[in-house]
Write a protein of this length. Sequence first.
Length: 522
Amino acid sequence: MRLAALLIVLLPAHAAAQQVVVSPAPEDVAVTVYRDNNRFEGDQMRLSWLGGYALITETRRVSLPAGTVDIRFEGVAGNIFPQSVILSGLPGLPDEKNYDARLLTPGALVGGALGNQVTIRRTNRVTGEVVEEDAIIRAGPNDIVIQTAAGIEPYQCTGLSETLLYDDVPEGLSDKPTLSVRTRLETPLVADVKLSYLAGQFDWDASYVARLDPERDRMSLFAWMTVANGNEATFEQAQLLSIAGEPNREDHNAPGVDAPSIRLNCWPKDQPPPPPPPPAPMREEMMAMEAGDIVVTGSRVQRAAFDSAAPAMVASQEALGDLKLYRVPEPVTVAANGQKQVAFLVKEEVEVDRVHQFWTSALPYDVDEAEWASAKIILRAENLEKEGLGEPLPAGNVVVFEPVADTWQMVGEDGIENLPVGRLLELELGQSADVQMQQRIFGELDDEDGNRRKRIKVELTVTNARPTTTSVEIPLGLDDDERLSRPNVRVVERYGRKTFKFDVPPTSERVITYTILTRGED
């Protein structure tokens, strides 16, 4: 029987000689996703190449005959780590296990039939006449070259509709990723087999939306758990969990699925054909077939979070040793090459401080006194329950909105690392042209002998063009031989630096003065 390339769903030929039991799908499945901790905070996930992984736990019921039997677990993740597989529910240990990663695709059929005879069917587009003839595949799946009685020619370059037909399936091809296990039983058995394994090409991220209430120094904080599955397998009605933290794990590469595509190339009729190309590396070919990225932008999160007063379901947070586990309360479908979003954080009243910040060395070298610097806009919140938060915050991206009339406008975006309870949440929203600083130094830095002077006076002028009072911070970088003297503003310690902290009234300026003493000065 002849089969067209896209219509074949058969077991490999060698399986016919064995007792084979096929488990097409699990009865119950749990997917626990671990984040790619090599991504920097704020970096978006790429669905075409995900750096995290998942623990897949499946329960499958199989009816097994007595004797030696091959159990084929179909539909496992294509990027399974075979060495991580754990089986329970079978008597004794399996004799062997194999991961069949060669998927049945048009490209795989061509590659598996190299040098073998097939049939080419050609249909005249005008008359509808169908002609079939024997052919031998000489090269493919890239730039397919066939040989017929008329000679060597490129495939699908005659102007006619052409289809390759195959008499059987090349050995080792499967229509879906499959894990096979061989075992021996004394008597027939109906078993609930639990199959657990790690698989690559998963990832998850936290997508936060913050809405500011500037008049009350409050914000609401909402977060999505966005899970990505870059595999060809879909997990229906799965218990979905995500792990926040950085568990130690050796970096092993999953074998991936061999799913080569077909690329066609024609050459002029009056020129000889090119030599057959070497076989393409199948894994690289598969990775080149990138699916479109699904990026959750601030505006999309805004609509999802703001149009609904309460999400349909919220993932619960649990402790897992020093890690944090987020459990989706209802079964969900984790689609192949797709993303799933579930809310996991809703906080309505979080106390925040907005400060404008300038960074400078205590003794600003190479000062251009005509230059004005813009302040960084910093939003801060203590991750404490009494401040309205008090939840561990997984790494992710934060989009901040502020009300303007009857709409919400984005005012900044920043990434955060894993933030435990008790730590300071600090977001950089951008720069403010309304709050600026100019620096001046009185006196020369060096005397005529090139020696550094002992006492330098610095003046900082900070202007505020905003209609409200602005809180300003200026952390100073002090060298080991420098000492701060006689500042005219309050000094606090922040991140191990002496920091000026003061307010500037609306549409006004404030002048900060201080002196730097070098070591040896009384």
